[in-house]
Design a protein around this ligand. Structure first.
Ligand code: KG4
Ligand code: ZN
Length: 336
């Protein structure tokens, strides 16, 4: 087998996206497939049971497609990496059990991966992998934290959200503005036509490097309640822009403060909110080296799961057969 074809098959099912990818040991992404569940509007969000059933129906096809796109057979993959947690337990169990069964049947080793470590590891993928040490902001639908990353194997959390995640703030704001679920990308698009300063939203800072997003959605709720009737359509892009600007100010304010405190000279961002146009612009203007991964590596994907497995000890078959998924917990250092 050539060096280039030494590859890892990654599998990610921690929430509602069914993902599989093939990544070489050098960090080249050979394929990165995502099947998104489109039924959110009917239920107004992710329904764990529905998400699990969708993974069950879709995952085998997504894995087959990822291998085909990479031009590699399962036999030629040198290990399987799968998200073990945190996330929706039913969804995780589908992907993790599938990965264990696939790996055992093919006689392949398995690398269990922490979902948050995977978001951090997306920054190590080629082209243009980041060098350590760096400050990493992860902002997704379920998590928001700042971490110091010294090496590929783990990270130290410097600050995190005290309540909602930044993605949740976007999703709840988007829902109030009638934009469906998940609404972060739609709110981002609507905000492009609006004025950042049209409305005053609170910037809440808690702790030294922590975040809080629970107050801002209440502020939007009250502003909408107090709007004169018939005015909503005319001002909704201004509301979106001002709301988005406040969320991004809180994120970037903490990043700036963490840079000062740690003296780190590189910043990377990850998680679905890292796809946000204003956040990407604002971190690029911080005056330090910045790594902003492409959109498809910011939102949930399996290339980042395979990236997190690079250099990590794989467990030989069938020793991982009894290993369980875990639903929650942000380990202080996620080096498992
Ligand atoms: O990392 P991710 O795909 O899944 C989780 O692990 O949660 O993040 C999803 C989150 C959702 O809250 C979604 O609304 C948000 O990322 N998001 C955005 C944008 N694209 C996705 N938020 C703001 N602006 C965007 N362009
Ligand atoms: Zn995620």
């Amino acid at each position: 087998m050539s060096e280039r074809r030494q590859a890892i098959l990654g599998i990610e099912t921690s929430c509602d996206d069914t993902c599989a990818a093939v990544v070489t040991r050098d960090g080249d992404v050979l394929s990165n497939m995502v099947a998104s569940q489109m039924d959110h509007d009917r239920f107004g969000g992710v329904v764990p049971e529905v998400a699990s059933r969708c993974h069950l129906e879709t995952l085998d096809g997504v894995v087959t497609a990822a291998l085909a796109e990479a031009g590699i057979a399962l036999d030629d993959v040198d290990s399987v990496a799968a998200t073990r947690g945190p996330g929706l337990i039913g969804a995780l169990l589908v992907g993790f059990s599938y990965a264990k069964a696939l790996a055992v049947a093919a006689g392949k080793p398995l690398v269990p991966v922490d979902h948050l470590q995977a978001h951090v590891a997306a920054n190590f993928l080629r082209p243009d992998p980041i060098e350590t040490p760096f400050l990493c902001l992860i902002a997704s639908g379920g998590h928001t934290f700042l971490a110091r990353v010294e090496d590929r194997d783990g990270y130290e959390i410097l600050g995190q959200t005290a309540d909602d995640a930044a993605g949740e703030a976007f999703d709840k704001g988007a829902r109030l503005l009638g934009l469906g679920y998940p609404g972060g990308a739609a709110l981002d698009a609507l905000a492009r036509d609006g004025d950042d300063d049209a409305y005053d939203f609170p910037r809440t800072f808690v702790g030294e490097l922590d975040f809080s997003f629970s107050g801002i959605k209440t502020s939007l709720l009250y502003k909408l309640r107090d709007l004169p009737s018939g005015e909503f359509e005319a001002v909704k892009s201004d509301l979106a822009a001002s709301y988005q600007c406040a969320v991004i100010d809180m994120l970037v304010g903490r990043v700036e403060h963490a840079l000062e405190r740690t003296g780190l000279e590189r910043v990377a961002i990850g998680g679905g909110v890292a796809a946000n146009t204003l956040l990407r612009e604002r971190v690029t203007g911080l005056g330090v080296k910045v790594k902003v991964p492409p959109h498809e590596l910011c939102t949930d994907n399996a290339a980042m799961v395979a990236a997190a497995a690079i250099g990590r000890t794989a467990i030989a078959p069938p020793l991982y057969a009894g290993m369980d998924a875990y639903p929650s917990g942000v380990p202080a250092t996620a080096s498992r």
